[in-house]
Design a protein around this ligand. Structure first.
Ligand code: URA
Length: 187
């Protein structure tokens, strides 16, 4: 099996979809290669495209805060990646064909890390991994079986930044749910 570093090297030259043409760099993912917890977002924004790391902008600050406050963890203790590894122009939504083209990169990481808990951030990651067209509002609030572990859907942090206190409170509850599941699998 490939290592994460080998997967990264392959992804860095990926031209499977048109997003490759507009990227500054591939935003492969960041964190512990042995992590039991994985976060999956939507796709890199401007800051991420420039810095080459997922969730380093405003959304990322909220992600870091919730992780710290509700789970007592930081990003070095989990793995963070996105549905698409290259920035959609103007921060538009990733297209179905782009998500599909990028899916093998995500699934290869799943196979390698086999995380016990996956937290999907927003509609794109949740719909992709749960193979549903249902919206995040309906899907969040519980955990789902996923591969050898569990999947906890929650809002995208950008939605929480727009939606205010109520959305943030629901995200907090989802992070606590993920933490409890991690504690369970760790015994
Ligand atoms: N939004 C995402 O979905 N992913 C990032 O990496 C940054 C913002």
């Amino acid at each position: 099996m490939s290592t994460l570093e080998e997967l990264r090297r392959q992804a860095l030259t990926c031209t499977r979809c048109p997003l490759a043409a507009g990227r500054t760099q591939v935003v492969f993912g960041v964190g512990d290669p042995r992590a039991e917890l994985m976060f999956v977002g939507e796709g890199p924004g401007r800051e991420e495209d420039l810095q080459g790391e997922p969730f380093v902008g405003r959304s990322g600050k909220l992600l870091d805060t919730l992780m710290r406050q509700e789970m007592g963890m930081d990003r070095s203790q989990c793995y963070i990646t996105n549905c698409v590894l290259c920035r959609p122009p103007g921060n538009r939504d990733p297209l179905p064909a782009e998500i599909d083209a990028c899916r093998p990169h995500l699934m290869a990481k799943m196979e390698l890390l086999e995380p016990r808990v996956v937290v999907t951030l927003g509609n794109f990651a949740t719909r992709l991994l749960l193979e549903t067209t249902e919206g995040i509002r309906k899907l969040r609030g519980r955990a789902y079986p996923y591969r050898s572990g569990r999947l906890v859907p929650t809002y995208h942090p950008a939605a929480a930044l727009r939606g205010g206190a109520e959305v943030v409170a629901e995200m907090r509850a989802d992070f606590v749910r993920a933490k409890r599941l991690l504690e369970q699998v760790r015994g």
